[in-house]
Structures are given as C-alpha cells and as structure tokens.
Design a protein around this ligand. Structure first.
Ligand code: NI
Length: 403
C-alpha cells in the first residue's frame, strides 16, 4: 500500500467507491450520492450542510480561529454507457463514473476519517466540499454563490490520472487545465436559386471562409509555446442541392491555458466574423458562452501541496508534469479565482493495462490511489491550516521559488 493507512479504512473507501460506481448519477442529479456521503460523514460525527439540491459541505473544527482550509471532491458521473465488464460496473444504463469522481468522493471521506481520528484538532478549521455538476462546469460556481468559500483561506483538490504511477502526486505551479468557452456564429445572407448565385448572399461560402480563417488564429497569431485551441465542431446550413443557403450556424469551442491568450482568441474570432461579414455583405453574429477559466496553480499553496505529498507519501512520490497541462477544463478553477490553493493530479495507473482514457466507456483506475489521495488530502488540510494559522505563507512562497 502506498500510504500508511489502516487496511480497514482502505476497505471502507473501496466499498464506498464501488457503491458510488454502481449507482452513478448525472450532474445536478446526485441525490443518492449525496445521501450516501452524508451518512458516511455522520457516522464520523460530522454535521453536514446541503447548500444546493445536491452536494454537501461538512466542517471539522480547528484548534484556532485561523481561516478555514477547504478540501474538495467532485461527485457527478457522465452520460456514457459503461463497458468495463467490472463486477461493480454501473447499474444505470447510459450513466457511468468515467472520470473517477467516485474515487474523489471516497478519498475525501477517507481524509475526513483520518482527520477525525487525529489525537489533536487540526491547526485551522477544515471544510469538506463535495461538489456536484463538475462535468457541466457549473458546480463550483454554484457552490461559491451558496457561500462555501466564506472564511476560506486556502483550497485544495486533485484528480485521478492514469498517466502517472499510483501513489504519486503531481503538484506544480502554472497551468493545469485550460479554459473552456463555447461559441456560436449565426450567418444571415440571402437565399436563392443555385443557378442564379449573383442574386444571393451565400451563407455556406461565408461560413466556409470563417472555418478556414479560424485555422490561422492559433497557428499564426498565438505564441506556439502557449497552447490553445479553436475548433468548429458543427456547421449547419442549407435545405436542398439547388438552393443557395441564406443562413448558416457554426458552433465550436475555445481552449486556452492563460487568460491573456483566451482574451486574444475571443478578439480574433470576433474580428474574423466581422471581416467576413463585410466581405460578403452578410450579417454575422458571434456569441461566446464563457465557461470555466483556465486552472492555474500559483503562489505559496503549491509549496504546501508539495510538502504535504512528500510528508504523506514520501519525497520520491512528488512528481512534475510529464505531459503538459490538460486542454480539458476543470471547474476547480472557479475556486482559485477567489482564494489561493492548488489542484494536483493523483497518479492512478493500472499496472497491467495501457488503460483507457477518462470519459471513455472502458475507463478504469487503480483503487490503490484511494489511500494515497486520502492521506494527501488530510495532510494538505493540516499543513495548509498550519501555514494560515502561523502566518508563514510568505516564507513558503520564497521557499517554493528557491526549490
Ligand atoms: Ni473529472
């Protein structure tokens, strides 16, 4: 076992994780999951609050009135039909824990048990956040609006990751996940006879020009050392082969690891739409739906996360990123817009398989990540509290820069 955790706690976490895995629930529908987690925490003597319809918060009192340290797990599943063949596979057709949030929830309960069994209270109060609706990118924001960050001085969380050996923790400064914005471009031209194009404004031609021009934003406007993506996934137009389409709708996604790059992508898309509209005398409207911001770790709490991993699991298990940041989103970024913190990757690679990616119907993790994740979460909550209670946050930042 990678962390020194009592075998009976490991068994309880595995049992809980498998139960959640068997009964996955989609974003904002995590009712059974919430009830199950509440009963687990009440067994530990914790009082739970439900600030939203699903999800919950529980607080462990601290030895001081220093700001609270929050540790967070997400709890929702995905609309995917499970094909792992596991004996505890999903019993809900079309719904699956294909991102490991079942493991995140079980680990946070495990961390609560470790914290509650300490002979002395933690240096600062600890808030456990079991967050719904991460997969929609809206759960964190709703929880923040419901007040879960009140009095919070630092927040930590992590995601299972099959790219790293089980028991390792990747805690780094800099980008971890990209921003996720959606966009929709509506083109209005003039419909007409396909044999009389001069009487029309062809929305397919205007739209095609936009598709091609968009390819040059990332390749010719953005510094290639700053990863970003603009993809058009949908192009709808036309009703018949002999009718020139008068309208078209294009939609896609924008990803960036930095706020400045994200803003540049928005401006470029807008400029291209305006220019193509002028070129073809078409009315082109761009709507950008802002999603989660980029998740960027920075500041002294990264050092706290690293030290906690070293303490809980051993210095050799603290890793740096080998694959660069993930261009997928993670709504933990909303918390980091409000308070300092750190989001880590928790190695969960199965030894005997190449593994299937997250969000696939065959996704699996190594359950030995559970004790490692629980041990890290408990340790980081204590060390974060120590830093906040003793006012050594600035020293940590200096130490982190020097290391
Ligand atoms: Ni996830």
């Amino acid at each position: 076992m990678v962390a020194s955790i009592h075998p009976s706690l490991f068994d309880r976490m595995v049992k809980l994780r498998r139960d959640l895995h068997r009964h996955p629930e989609l974003s904002r529908e995590e009712h059974r999951t919430t009830d199950r987690l509440v009963s687990e925490l009440e067994r530990l003597g914790l009082e739970c609050q439900r600030p939203l319809d699903t999800g919950l918060v529980a607080e462990i009192p601290g030895a001081s009135d220093a700001p609270t340290v929050a540790i967070r797990a997400d709890i929702d599943a995905l609309p995917i039909h499970e094909e792992t063949g596991l004996q505890y596979a999903s019993e809900v057709p079309g719904v699956m824990h294909a991102c490991g949030h079942d493991a995140h929830a079980a680990m946070l309960v495990g961390a609560a048990e470790l914290l509650m069994s300490r002979p002395v209270p933690p240096p600062a109060p600890i808030r456990l956040i079991f967050q719904p609706a991460e997969e929609l990118g809206i759960g964190a924001r709703s929880m923040i609006e419901a007040g879960v960050l009140d009095r919070v001085g630092a927040i930590f969380g992590g995601h299972v990751d099959r790219h790293y050996p089980t028991g390792t923790v990747v805690a780094v400064s800099g980008p971890v996940n990209a921003s996720t914005d959606g966009f929709r471009i509506s083109i209005s031209g003039q419909q007409g006879h396909a044999a009389r194009p001069h009487e029309t404004v062809d929305a397919v031609v205007a739209g095609s020009l936009i598709v091609m021009a968009v390819q040059t934003i990332v390749s010719r406007e953005i510094d290639p050392t700053h990863p970003s993506v603009v993809s058009i996934g949908r192009f709808e137009a036309g009703t018949a082969s002999n009718v020139i389409a008068g309208t078209a709708v294009l939609s896609g996604t924008i990803r960036a690891q930095e706020s400045a790059v994200r803003a540049h992508l928005h401006r470029s898309l807008s400029r291209i739409c305006e220019s193509v509209g002028q070129l073809h005398e078409a009315d082109i409207q761009l709507e950008i739906e802002e999603g989660t911001p980029p998740l960027v770790n920075q500041g002294p709490m990264v050092e706290v996360a690293r030290r906690a991993a070293s303490e809980a699991l051993g210095p050799e298990r603290v890793r740096t990123m080998v694959r660069g940041a993930n261009m997928g989103g993670e709504d933990f970024s909303w918390y980091l817009q409000e308070v300092p913190g750190c989001y880590v990757r928790l190695g969960a690679r199965l030894a005997d398989s190449a593994g299937y990616p997250a969000h696939s119907s065959r996704f699996q993790i190594d359950e030995a990540v559970l004790p490692a994740g629980a041990a890290w979460l408990a340790e980081v909550a204590v060390q974060g509290g120590e830093a906040l209670a003793s006012g050594t946050v600035d020293d940590l930042e200096a130490a982190g820069r020097a290391s």
